[in-house]
Design a protein. Sequence first.
Length: 427
Amino acid sequence: MKISIMGLGYVGVINSACLANMGHDVIGVDIKQEKVDKVNKGISPVYEQNLDDMVLKVVSNGKLSATTDMKSAILNTDLSLICVGTPCDSAGYLNKSALLRVTSDMGDALKDKETQHIFIYRSTMLPGTTKEMASIISNNSGKERNKDFFMCMNPEFLREGQAIKDFYEPEKIVVGHDDDFVKDVIKDLYIGFDSTKMFFVPIEVAESVKYADNIFHALKICFANEIDSFCELNGVDGHKVMDIFKSDKKLNISEKYLTPGFCFGGSCLPKDVAAVSGFSMYRRLPLPLINAIKESNNSRYEQFKKKLDSIIDNYDNPVIGFIGTSFKPMTDDLRESKVVEMVGAYKQFFKIMVYDDFVPQQEMEKVFGTDCQYTQNIDELLSKSDIIVFNHLVGEDIIYDGLKPEQSVLDLNSSLNSERVESKYVK
């Protein structure tokens, strides 16, 4: 392919060299003449292990060149990878100045191009930014999106010091697009990456994935450090503790607990978070991450209450049915269940029905009092409720036939198949 790469910083040079090394014809573009001159001499403007040799090779065989002429690069290539920096400003907001400049220039350059062009953004950008960039290109060029030009979000996951290896052996390739033409081109661009998981998703999903990755990495570092600080306070070797922690691939280093849903509860998590937090505060050891866990859990609860309030606004004195009251399915444990708290918050204002396939009615009466109606028949709850708050149910297939179009469903854990729910569905 004929590819132009906008920005010859770290990501741009890695992409330029690696794609040229795959046999593509690559033109690197940068506003700084010094970077352009270095590349054209076969010298990498950034350091990365084995990068100098690769740049020299692909420049020598004519597969990579560099220029400051944006228009020439656009006119002589079929697709562009945008790899400019997106740092944060002093206030913590995304600084889009480089992104806006290069996008505006690309739009201007596209005016005189008679063939289609694809813009592939690799820069880390907040959701909605690609849409904003598409408007700039369309306005500046007078061209139509998904006819004259196409947009794509293809976030990079390169680690400094391992970038070339990460480029050629990625754990995943994420492609945000809204046109199948882009999908086919990207498949051709990454030909030979057959063993890599490829995700073709809406553009906003692709924009968000990189943030999820990096924030989780930052979270893990802070978590390990805070556990070490807590252990050190008690004369314990934090490294040994974390070595044992990491050995558990079933729960700790796994997919478990990484699916978005409702709040945590139960007998273990709330009390153990509170114990470490309280003890450390008593000993004046700051553990801001661990201390914030309870606040985060409470914040999630308030978010779902707002969703329920919005649903209630559509009804006149509705009956609210709660399905699943324990903190997780296949247990009768109501301790620290946020559903119990939610029922308590609404039962003084609305008629509440409650169903749980594991919690005995006697236990529910003890916890909820006489203000709620309990049923051991799921069909009864479905037939008498205007709003269904769904937490969990073993064999949830049985509820689909009982739901009615005039009802609303708040799915706390996104566990229902929304396509099978004929009611108004909120998650």
